[in-house]
Design a protein around this ligand. Structure first.
Ligand code: COA
Length: 331
């Protein structure tokens, strides 16, 4: 049997809107303060896509174009585009289809994947499986969310947490041991609706009432989600390390979903990693949902060496959570 080739990340791109919303700006909008937000979440500012005519696809296009430029290939070489998002431009067509057209990926098929804050991780493993099977040679994975489009900026418990942004990676077959080695993904259906957008789907289509009752915005029981996320992200990181016989010394970088610095610290502590090995940019961007992990990879790519062991970990609405063990494949 020929050895299946691993899928590896061969380029990274990103997009962040220029407009910054600081904690001090939020103090003018809701009853909160910079100190509370920083100590409870680690966030100092987040980016907001203000242009009324731009949304998730636009950010995904910019991130994808940067990744293709970095790799030096044309868009028509792409076989598949997967966009992790919970804030697509429309319920349909998928934002991935809009991205496919705009970047000129004429040979690619494209679809969105909805897994909330685990959207990027689940998309990455879906794409990796396509590469490993040999059915696709080049898969573009995008994590993009315009969270500001579903935030109630009068609700201090949610509007301080999120921001807008996008990241993109290119996946190709690896010729060596680098690439995605293993993954663990989990789901536990959140039938109590502790983190969700009540209306706009087929159960509660938009009506004047749903708009008046602010049901098109994120709703969250923060305390419950916090507890679940803290346990889930730490557990799944340990799970993937154990089954790959990895100790803390073997890990070069933890790349955690950026929802709350306290959740990230708890995961790092449990795994036994010092903060210098943990990617953290939540202070600059807040929680960009599907964008957080590729934005970390983008920000840290100059510090990554070929062969570095990375653990990517996420927890999000659904509930969905997971971890990926990969060996960095770019020189
Ligand atoms: N500014 C000031 N006070 C605030 C506030 C804000 N922005 N938001 C909430 N508070 C108040 C609450 O009203 C509460 O007051 P009370 O005790 O008088 O009722 C108090 O602060 C504590 O609220 P609580 O919700 O217990 O705070 P917390 O320590 O759990 O922190 C979150 C709140 C949202 C930061 C935290 O629960 C969290 O990060 N949860 C996970 C969210 C998440 O990551 N979701 C995305 C998917 S993973």
């Amino acid at each position: 049997m020929p050895q299946t080739k691993r899928a590896k990340i061969t380029a990274v791109g990103h997009f962040l809107p220029e407009s910054r919303l600081t904690n001090h700006d939020l103090e003018q909008m809701v009853d909160t303060n910079d100190e509370w937000i920083r100590t409870r979440t680690g966030i100092e500012e987040r980016r907001i896509l203000k242009d009324k005519d731009k949304a998730t696809a636009y950010m995904g296009i910019r991130a994808a174009e940067e990744a293709l430029e970095q790799r030096g290939i044309d868009a028509d070489e792409i076989d598949v585009i997967i966009t992790g998002t919970v804030t697509p431009d429309y319920l349909f067509p998928a934002s991935a289809c809009l991205i496919q057209k705009a970047i000129g990926a004429s040979n690619a098929y494209a679809f969105d994947l909805s897994a909330a804050c685990s959207g990027f991780l689940f998309s990455l493993t879906t794409g990796a499986n396509m590469i490993e099977s040999g059915r696709a040679k080049k898969v573009l994975i995008i994590g993009a969310d315009k969270m500001s489009s579903i935030l109630d900026f009068t609700d201090r418990s949610t509007c301080i947490l999120f921001g807008d942004g996008a990241g993109a990676v290119l996946l190709e077959a690896s010729d060596d041991e680098t690439g995605i080695v293993d993954y663990v993904h989990h789901t536990d259906g959140d039938t109590n609706n502790t983190l969700y957008q009540p209306a706009g789907g087929s159960l509660n289509p938009a009506t004047i009432e749903t708009v008046k009752e602010k049901k098109h915005y994120v709703r969250q029981d923060g305390r419950t989600v916090f507890k679940k996320a803290t346990v889930g992200m730490a557990d799944v990181s340990m799970e993937i390390m154990k089954r790959n016989d990895l100790s803390a010394e073997d890990i070069d970088w933890l790349v955690p979903h950026q929802a709350n610095k306290r959740i990230i610290d708890a995961t790092a502590n449990r795994v036994g990693l010092p903060s210098k090995k943990v990617m953290l940019n939540i202070q600059k961007y807040g929680n960009t949902t599907s964008g957080t992990i590729p934005l970390c990879l983008y920000d840290w790519q100059d510090q990554l060496n070929k062969g570095d062991n990375l653990i990517l970990a996420s927890f999000g609405g659904g509930y969905t959570w997971g971890a990926i063990y990969l060996k960095w494949g770019i020189e």
